[in-house]
Design a protein around this ligand. Structure first.
Ligand SMILES: NC(=O)c1ccc[n+]([C@@H]2O[C@H](COP(=O)([O-])OP(=O)(O)OC[C@H]3O[C@@H](n4cnc5c(N)ncnc54)[C@H](OP(=O)(O)O)[C@@H]3O)[C@@H](O)[C@H]2O)c1
Length: 240
């Protein structure tokens, strides 16, 4: 069977306002899809959408079910949803704050479940969901336990939803360290040494770039015989 084309498909990217999410939005637009950028700050989502050829925006906060329901009510049909959101709480276990742990689970697990609840009834049978996990789940290190646990939970969420929502496909991407823009706020020398250290902990000998992730997402969106999988795009970091 031919791979599905993204031409004339509608793809929502939750977290599409910046970095990996925005790169995915741009890449699926290039592949001919109509894009809906969903973000908790509508002004940012709107600004991101104006940069793309065929894009609209909607307010959607994964912490707030009402906004997910409202976003679903405003959309007649949808083909694919990609959720890149993260709300990391990087702290030693002795310093953890309950609301920030809950926030981290909202972005990665609870919010995506509620997105499935409200939006999959609008989805085509040949549509798909792509969630985002991360290499921290497979390489736990202090003080990143919440990141490891939430990213690990994404793999089980992916598998359970793939079973329940079939024939809609559900997959996840688990990135390694990606020069995505998210580290731009670090001082340059600190970022350089973080990237050098991260590159050494891969088999590929480098950190990832946005194209590494966007190509994996495009493949998952169109690979009609793939469901329930977590695809590791991390240069072999789990094996190094
Ligand atoms: N970059 C890496 O090296 C790396 C490594 C491993 C895994 N990952 C995973 O890959 C994904 C994308 O990474 P990234 O670097 O692009 O992340 P990022 O820069 O932190 O961007 C995350 C996006 O999620 C949005 N978001 C956060 N909480 C939300 C909520 N409650 N509702 C709706 N949107 C929300 C943010 O919106 P605002 O603009 O409103 O904050 C932002 O657009 C994440 O899941 C991350 O854990 C990334």
């Amino acid at each position: 069977m031919d791979k599905q084309s993204l031409t004339a498909k509608t793809v929502m990217v939750i977290g599409g306002t910046k970095n990996i999410g925005y790169a995915i939005a741009r890449r699926v637009a290039t592949a001919g899809a109509s894009v809906i950028i969903a973000g908790r700050d509508h002004a940012s989502a709107e600004a991101a959408a104006t940069e793309l050829p065929d894009a609209t925006s909607v307010r959607l906060d994964l912490d707030d079910e009402a906004t997910i329901a409202e976003a679903a009510a405003s959309i007649p049909t949808i083909d694919h949803i990609v959720i890149t959101a993260a709300a990391h709480h990087n702290a030693a276990v002795t310093d953890l704050e309950q609301d920030r742990i809950v926030g981290a689970f909202h972005a990665k697990v609870i919010g995506p479940l509620l997105v499935a609840k409200h939006l999959t009834p609008k989805m085509a049978a040949d549509g798909s969901l792509v969630l985002f996990s991360g290499v921290a789940a497979w390489r736990p290190a202090a003080p990143y336990s919440v990141m490891a646990i939430t990213n690990g939970a994404v793999q089980f969420t992916t598998s359970a939803l793939a079973k329940e929502l079939a024939p809609i496909r559900v997959n996840a991407v688990s990135p390694g360290i990606i020069d995505s823009g998210t580290y731009d706020r670090m001082p340059a020398d600190e970022r350089e040494s973080f990237f050098a250290q991260s590159a050494r902990s891969t088999l590929a000998g480098r950190v990832g770039v946005l194209d590494d992730i966007t190509e994996a997402v495009i493949w998952l969106l169109t690979a009609q015989f793939v469901s329930g999988e977590t695809i590791h795009v991390e240069g072999g970091a789990r094996h190094s």
